[in-house]
Design a binder for this molecule. Structure first.
Ligand code: ADP
Ligand code: ZN
Length: 532
């Protein structure tokens, strides 16, 4: 072996390793400063978007320093791939996780003790085991790298209890440099990572979160299957992409629909047998133009450069999740699309899921706050990129020119009067709370339609009956969706009935105006509609 010897040469510089081992000419962004910080024995907290090149930030210091770099990663399914990739470069790597048999484990442990590993990947739960700590003491630790560090944040969207134990690393091995890395963190999450991991002296490296080659679009949902097909046919024929759905059932259904249309699509969700999942994943990675239809179980750690689009058929639960999922598009820097379709039913469903979720009030508040931020992004009349980046604490002047709101600025309109009409209708129905009066029924009342349900309940005699004929059904649904998004209306989780919130009273009492966004007319998948 030739390459591993770099590790034995204390004079090997980071740049030598980059060129000789990894075959790249130059560092990207702040890689060099990060690597030098760790190589010199300091700590670092690194925020870099997906595809930014985080791995080298700990792999190179592990090769430059004496001993083994210990990498904590929750991505057990990818450890084998990571180790294989390093092996191919001549870097000596191994992993310890629950998928191994005792013999495999012993071999890796032996290699570590004898100083024959440059990198050792560990699942976080391994560290809670005393035998692992004893093992680590029997070798030389070059550094600790904590990948997906946002998993330590209880406020974040991806919390893993095992990560809390990582605070013990500093106590047990005080002299070992530590680097925490993540592709997603608001100011708040970043502070929490630093505190919980005891990274008080760490240098922070925050790369720009902007992904200028990704165009962001959010379209009102009317017929999602059709809308997706339009998008694929008009803008992404033959392209590789990921379609995210909320449920396993809709993953299966959507994959089948695309297949029926002659499009190469494969399903991926946690309910599929492991061998099917891994076969579909490797087809997606290795072959061109495959579409992965998946739940969010798919994607973490996936490194496929030419994903041309990421489509969401359902509303993501948080901006962090949305950013991470859309970030899988365009890692090669070429133009790519992040497309999301969302509608009234998404808001209703997610609010209901939160109301019914386990956990205490604080937990449900957290979920609601995450959802509200996501809804605000969907309903914004501003540049979506600016809003997205601001969420991550990064300034952006707006007018990016590569999001739907910049390309086709939505009209804002004064929706105060329609909001009052809709809220009064909901108020009238409030007496019959134990009935299921959903949005459809309320809209029928406003538009003065004589349906059997309206006749049965005598709702044609309500004062609000027929007061909303000036708006179409679609426009009323858009009003309802936005009122739900703004928290001016709620869905009672027992019956699915619309109910008022405390804030509704401000609108009904004329103490608050309601600015709404005019939905673009349902059009095909094309981005550019004539400005109105
Ligand atoms: P992240 O973990 O931040 O999502 P990776 O570490 O997987 O990103 O890197 C993304 C891709 O960029 C990989 O294919 C990696 O080999 C490549 N890469 C990283 N650093 C450089 C560099 N300095 N020069 C060229 N390619 C790089
Ligand atoms: Zn924009």
């Amino acid at each position: 072996m030739t390459l591993p010897d770099v590790a034995a040469h204390p004079t090997a510089t980071a740049l030598d390793v980059l060129r000789d081992v990894f075959g790249y000419d130059a560092f990207r962004g702040e890689q060099q400063q990060i690597i030098e910080t760790i190589a010199d024995g300091g700590d670092a907290l690194v925020l870099m978007p997906t595809g930014g090149g985080k791995s080298l930030c700990y792999q190179i210091p592990a090769l430059v320093r004496r001993g083994t770099g210990v990498v904590i990663s929750p991505l057990i399914a990818l450890m084998q791939d990571q180790v294989d990739a390093l092996d191919a470069l001549g870097v000596r790597a191994g992993f310890l996780n629950s998928t191994q048999d005792p013999d495999q484990r012993r071999a890796v442990e032996q290699a570590y003790r004898s100083g024959e590993l440059d990198l050792l990947y560990l699942a976080p739960e391994r560290l809670g085991v005393e035998s692992t700590a004893r093992l680590l003491d029997q070798g030389t630790i070059a550094l600790f790298a904590i990948d997906e560090a946002h998993c330590v944040s209880q406020w974040g969207h991806d919390f893993r209890p095992d990560y809390l134990r990582l605070s013990e690393l500093a106590e047990r091995w005080p002299g070992v440099p530590r680097i925490a890395l993540t592709a997603t963190a608001t100011h708040q999450t970043r502070a929490e990572i630093a505190t919980r991991l005891g990274l008080t002296e760490a240098r922070h490296f925050v790369a720009s979160f902007d992904r200028p080659n990704i165009t962001y679009r959010v379209v009102p949902k009317d017929n999602p299957g059709r809308q997706l097909l339009d998008l694929l046919r008009t803008e992404h024929p033959g392209d590789a992409g990921i379609v995210y759905c909320l449920s396993r059932a809709s993953v299966e259904k959507t994959a089948q629909q695309l297949t029926d249309q002659g499009i190469r699509a494969l399903p991926y969700h946690a309910g599929l047998p492991a061998h099917v999942r891994s076969a579909n994943q490797s087809t997606f990675l290795r072959e061109d133009g495959v579409i992965m239809v998946a739940t969010i179980a798919f994607g973490m750690g996936i490194d496929k450069p030419d994903v041309r689009f990421v489509a969401h058929l359902d509303l993501p639960k948080s901006v962090e999740g949305y950013y991470q999922e859309t970030g899988r598009a365009g890692r090669d820097g070429l133009p790519s699309t992040a497309w999301l379709t969302y509608g009234l039913a998404d808001v209703v469903q997610q609010r209901k899921m939160i109301a019914e979720s386990d956990g205490d009030l604080a937990h449900r508040r957290k979920l609601s706050a995450h959802l509200d931020a996501m809804l605000a992004l969907c309903e914004t009349v501003e540049c979506r990129r600016a809003q997205l980046l601001r969420y991550f604490g990064q300034d952006h002047a707006g007018s990016c020119g590569a999001c739907d709101t910049c390309q086709n600025p939505p009209e804002a309109w004064d929706g105060t009067v329609p909001a009052q009409k809709l809220l009064s209708a909901v108020f009238r129905l409030d007496r019959e709370r134990n009935q299921r009066f959903g949005v459809g029924h309320v809209v029928d009342i406003l538009r003065g339609k004589s349906t059997p349900k309206i006749t049965q309940w005598g709702h044609d005699s309500l004062t609000v009956f027929g007061v909303g004929e000036d708006l179409s059904e679609g426009e009323w649904r858009s009003v309802a969706r936005q009122l739900l998004a703004l928290g001016l209306l709620e869905v009672d989780s027992n019956h699915g009935t619309l109910v008022l919130t405390e804030a509704s009273a401000e609108v009904l009492g004329r103490r608050r105006d309601v600015r709404l966004r005019r939905d673009p007319r349902p059009a095909s998948g094309s981005t550019r509609r004539p400005a109105r």
